[in-house]
Design a protein around this ligand. Structure first.
Ligand SMILES: *[C@@H]1O[C@H](CO)[C@@H](O)[C@H](O)[C@H]1NC(C)=O
Ligand SMILES: *[C@@H]1O[C@H](CO)[C@@H](O)[C@H](O)[C@H]1NC(C)=O
Ligand SMILES: *[C@@H]1O[C@H](CO)[C@@H](O)[C@H](O)[C@H]1NC(C)=O
Ligand SMILES: *[C@@H]1O[C@H](CO)[C@@H](O)[C@H](O)[C@H]1NC(C)=O
Length: 458
């Protein structure tokens, strides 16, 4: 199970002075030669044996009443076709600490005073921002209305530099989970922020996890930020989209972020993850592939069928508009984009022009249609400029670096539903579908559907 690593890693690229680089190089080269990487946790993850994570029990322990009926969803996968390699923890830590914010090109954001965060822009206007040629042109990017959090919280968010890990629980859907596998210096270099609403806050108070009298809430590693419900969207899922896609605006000084759905527990140190999935891949963003779908329309049909979004007519309209404006099914011509459908429960970003633009554009689509972010994903990605450098990693990587739990109220996640019905591409095609019932849908998507189905016949 042991492997010998003989290569030096890429961190040197990012260091400031050449001299410093050389001394570091020899230091680490000698370390690397002596190092062999063992499979810890599983044969999918390779990391240095010198790595000695702090134990979760030392982070926090919950009262036994809190979240007592939560079970992990086990994974059935036994293979690992794409193992990921983590560099040495101390090496990664130094590299990330030494990164300077190279302020190349930054986005300017539209300010305003609208009735909604995104400003209710027409499709035509939204799409006009996809091709970002002119850096002086302000991009609409949420917060055209004030986000209802305290100034105290806002200031501590702005102080977060380097790496931030962000999550949210609206409507008391999930249990707060402490990350595992943290290196001993990670809490000094990474901020963890959890956004919650009033209902979730009441639950935490009920379990004695926080006292609402204090001005700053903290549970284990997580700094808890209360979002007042007045001025929010009525749909809790839409509220979750705010920290998920506007993270670069909530944490304007952070260089990297990891969004993690609250149904997941992080099992690997965030610095190692950012290094291995973003920095060493030279990516702007890293996200998992969907376990079953590669085409946006497959996801749209599943969304209608499993009633993950109630307004099927609005789904149809969304797909019609995207087809009319150039949405294409996935094909090898889209490589290196490996799929059109992500599992967006874990998103790793390098905050910079491309990933910030992508996040703004997709947020606007979600406000315009619905919070199902997988539906707008490929349309935005394929039409935006400058291009997003995207690392779409395998589902098995996703399953190794996180542990999935069931939601409190809604028992289903994409993965668990798909597993339950053992859905295949064939059944997606064979069953009558809400989306194109009676031939009323998708006249503008005919070409798309023909190509997609023609493709899966082969
Ligand atoms: C991880 O390391 C192994 C062995 O050194 C190599 O074969 C593999 O391509 C590496 N994987 C990635 C994702 O870099
Ligand atoms: C958004 O704009 C449309 C017209 O483009 C209008 O019909 C609708 O009422 C607006 N919604 C809100 C919440 O302002
Ligand atoms: C860029 O945008 C600014 C502000 O919208 C505008 O004043 C300027 O003329 C634009 N420049 C070009 C070259 O289009
Ligand atoms: C499809 O046709 C059936 C029977 O004519 C009708 O009951 C149903 O409501 C129609 N569905 C849609 C989405 O129009």
């Amino acid at each position: 199970m042991a492997k010998l690593i003989l290569t030096a890693s890429k961190p040197l690229l990012f260091l400031q002075s050449k001299l410093f680089c050389f001394s570091l190089f020899y230091l680490f080269a000698s370390l690397f030669l002596a190092l062999y990487v063992i499979s810890s946790q599983s044969k999918c993850l390779f990391r240095s044996p010198l790595y000695d994570p702090i134990q979760p029990s030392s982070l926090f322990s919950y009262p036994s009443s809190y979240g007592q009926h939560k079970y992990a969803i086990s994974t059935t996968r036994s293979t690992c076709s794409s193992p990921i390699n983590f560099s040495d923890y101390w090496d990664v830590l130094k590299e990330i600490q030494n990164l300077r914010k190279c302020s190349t090109r930054t986005l300017r954001y539209m300010q305003g005073n609208a009735d909604s965060f995104g400003g209710n822009l027409s499709s035509h206007l939204r799409f006009s921002y996809f091709d970002h040629q002119n850096d002086s042109r302000e991009v609409p990017c949420g917060f055209l209305k004030k986000f209802p959090i305290s100034d105290y919280d806002r200031i501590s968010m702005e102080k977060c530099e380097s790496v931030v890990v962000v999550s949210a629980i609206f409507n008391d859907h999930d249990k707060i989970r402490q990350p595992r596998g943290l290196g001993s210096q990670t809490l000094q270099n990474v901020c963890f922020f959890m956004f919650i609403d009033d209902i979730t806050l009441k639950g935490l108070e009920y379990h004695g996890l926080i006292s609402t009298k204090s001005s700053e809430y903290k549970i284990g590693v997580w700094r808890i930020v209360k979002v007042s419900k007045e001025n929010l969207y009525q749909n809790p899922a839409m509220n979750g989209v705010i920290p998920k896609y506007l993270v670069h605006r909530l944490f304007p000084n952070s260089q990297f972020s990891i969004w993690i759905d609250a149904k997941l527990q992080l099992m690997v140190d965030p610095l190692l993850l950012i290094h291995s999935l973003v920095i060493s891949q030279n990516a702007d963003m890293a996200i998992s592939k969907h376990p079953y779908f590669v085409h946006t329309m497959e996801e749209a049909m599943a969304t209608a069928r499993w009633k993950k979004w109630w307004d099927v007519n609005a789904l149809k309209m969304q797909m019609e508009i995207y087809c009319e404006n150039g949405l294409q099914p996935w094909s090898p011509g889209k490589l290196p984009y490996a799929s059109d459908v992500p599992d967006s429960a874990l998103i790793l970003r390098k905050h910079g022009q491309s990933s910030n633009l992508f996040s703004c554009l997709i947020f606007n689509e979600l406000e315009a249609f619905n919070p199902r972010d997988q539906l707008a994903f490929a349309f935005v990605r394929d039409h935006m400029k400058p291009k997003l450098k995207l690392n779409m990693f395998e589902v098995e990587v996703f399953e190794q670096v996180t542990m999935e739990y069931r939601h409190n109220l809604k028992p289903s996640s994409d993965v668990s539903i798909a597993k339950k019905f053992s859905m295949t591409r064939k059944t997606v095609r064979a069953e009558p579908d809400l989306l194109y019932e009676n031939g009323s849908c998708c006249s503008r998507c005919q070409q798309y559907l023909t190509t997609m189905w023609g493709d899966s016949h082969q």
